[in-house]
Design a binder for this molecule. Structure first.
Ligand code: G
Ligand code: G
Ligand code: MN
Ligand code: NA
Length: 254
């Protein structure tokens, strides 16, 4: 209960902030975009990461409100950075199931893009297996309409769920995000490396773009690049940062 009151206060007082983690081309490390990641600047408990509050947020009434705030804020940021010379910069935004259930997700996305003058190709929505399994037809229909508009759909944490192959077959995806659990083991474990190679082969045959999560060490980058993975995200390239620091580190708006 107390937690719900606090979440309402966080929404009303603007205590949520977005951090941005770089996404780069594995070939040369050049920036392609960022994933927006929510944080809670809690007045007493300091900076909270999603693990500390997302479960409560997503099981309560504010999940969609906060989700659409994230969408709007991330679109505004991407539009600003593109105007400041970041070129084809792409912004990744995580979705929650509530955003499909309680409102018209497609209308909200279109409104956010128009509000900020962001082209649909510059936005990539990230979905997980849980979202898809919970709300089947609703989700499928919304995703088809979003893809038709040109918005990207990335399948997050790919490979960890039970239905990955079935989802690949049925859902209109544009990218696969290879889960970091496979990436972390791939330079030590032949099995993990095989899983990564198989995922990349599948992505190719479905015509999907690829990004590897959790890239921390140079050998992981070079193996992934050698296997044909296009992009990477992880501590090797940069941690999630507040917008101003991100722009500073990546030379946007200089
Ligand atoms: O930022 P961090 O690496 O701690 O993120 C942990 C998890 O929280 C990630 O798996 C990410 O998908 C999820 N997450 C981060 N930001 C958002 C958000 O804005 N909305 C939703 N639904 N999930 C998020
Ligand atoms: O897929 P998801 O949206 O959950 O991914 C974002 C999460 O992964 C964030 O919590 C982020 O802090 C974390 N993360 C990003 N890069 C790395 C990395 O290189 N190593 C590890 N262990 N975690 C990472
Ligand atoms: Mn994600
Ligand atoms: Na995620």
């Amino acid at each position: 209960r107390l937690y719900n009151i606090e979440l309402h206060r966080a929404v009303n007082d603007g205590e949520f902030v977005l951090f941005y983690q770089p996404q780069v081309r594995l070939a040369d490390g050049s920036l392609t975009g960022a994933e927006a990641l929510i944080r809670w600047r809690h007045p007493e408990r300091g900076l909270l990461s999603p693990a500390a509050f997302l479960p409560a947020l997503e099981s309560g009434p504010l999940a969609a409100v906060v989700g659409f705030w994230v969408l709007d804020e991330a679109c505004a940021q991407a539009a600003l950075w593109r105007r400041q010379g970041a070129g084809d910069f792409r912004m990744g935004v995580n979705l929650s199931g509530a955003q499909f259930r309680v409102s018209d997700l497609v209308a909200e996305v279109v409104a956010a893009l128009e509000r900020h003058g962001l082209p649909p190709q510059a936005l990539e929505l990230e979905i997980t297996e849980n979202i898809v399994l919970d709300h089947d037809d609703l989700v499928l229909d919304a995703l088809h309409r979003l893809r038709a508009l040109g918005v990207g759909i990335a399948f997050d944490d790919f490979g960890t769920g039970y239905a990955s192959l079935s989802l690949l077959k049925h859902y209109p995806l544009s990218r696969i995000k290879i889960d970091r659990s496979f990436v972390q083991g791939m330079h030590e474990s032949e099995r993990d490396a095989s899983v990564v190679r198989a995922i990349l082969d599948m992505a190719r045959s479905f015509g999907l773009e690829t990004i590897a999560e959790g890239v921390e060490y140079e050998p992981q980058r070079s193996h992934l690049h050698g296997f044909g993975c296009e992009e990477g995200q992880g501590y090797l390239f940069g941690r999630p940062l507040p917008a101003l620091e991100f722009a500073d580190v990546f030379g946007i708006g200089l």
